[in-house]
Design a protein around this ligand. Structure first.
Ligand SMILES: Cc1cc2nc3c(=O)[nH]c(=O)nc-3n(C[C@H](O)[C@H](O)[C@H](O)COP(=O)(O)O)c2cc1C
Length: 216
């Protein structure tokens, strides 16, 4: 396990794409340990209705990779794609272009990442639910996934929250035999050991831009 302070862990758990070691296998026991940690996350009504589908079968990863690449193609020309966003600050624009290049690298190598983790929640939020119900679902799966990603970092693993394959969620459900009508996939998290373990905090906006005391 890496020896990181809580602050280091929370500020250096990055979206890792180009620094994934595609050649080193990831032991199942390590993934199980990360999921055990993730299970300690808060969850609405203590229902614990999260699931983690862990994929190390090369054929299934290749099929998921096809959906991921199709999703990427749909995303890349959208105005909201990272590289297409406009910023006054040229540094911010440069960062977005780096994110795009990194995401493209991941797209090209996704099938070779040793493990794909598909976090799921046993409910759906795409059927006109109230914001409260949506909050319960996403507020349950989100923290568990982030805990998984933090735990993975402690074990020297790199992860990225990705959502491209969800544009074809039902097809992914068929590949993995997930009961689509009752269970919603939240992401596809590629998992691999990182090349080197040193990561830095990322540049972020000044907190004054997003913090509001007492009123908006
Ligand atoms: C909800 C969500 C969806 C994301 N989807 C993708 C994705 O489909 N592909 C990808 O490469 N990264 C994806 N990311 C990762 C972000 O691009 C990344 O977190 C962001 O660029 C900031 O990088 P950092 O976490 O290293 O600071 C996603 C992150 C979140 C939280």
């Amino acid at each position: 396990m890496l020896s990181l302070s809580p602050r280091e862990l929370l500020t250096t758990t990055r979206a890792v794409r180009k620094r994934l070691d595609l050649t080193r296998p990831v032991e199942r026991i390590v993934i199980e340990e990360c999921i055990t940690i993730a299970q300690q996350a808060p969850n609405a009504s203590n229902r614990q209705n999260w699931h983690f589908v862990v994929v190390d079968d090369p054929d299934k990863k290749a099929k998921l990779a096809e959906l991921f690449c199709k999703g990427w193609e749909m995303y890349v020309n959208r105005p909201t794609a990272a590289g297409n966003l406009e910023f006054d600050d040229p540094k911010r624009k440069a960062t977005q272009l780096k994110v795009m290049s990194s995401a493209q690298y991941l797209k090209e190598h996704i099938k070779d990442v040793p493990i794909h983790v598909i976090p799921c929640i046993a409910t759906r939020t795409d059927l006109g639910q109230s914001v409260a119900a949506q909050s319960a679902a996403w507020g349950t799966i989100g923290p568990a996934v982030w805990s998984f990603m933090l735990a993975a970092r402690l074990y020297g693993l790199g992860t990225t929250w990705t959502s491209f394959h969800l544009l074809f969620e039902e097809e992914a459900a068929a590949i993995l035999e997930i009961p689509y009508k009752e269970v919603m996939q939240a992401a596809l998290i590629p998992v691999a050991y990182t090349l080197g373990t040193e990561f830095k905090p990322a540049p972020r906006e000044p907190i004054q831009r997003m913090m509001h005391w007492n009123r908006w």
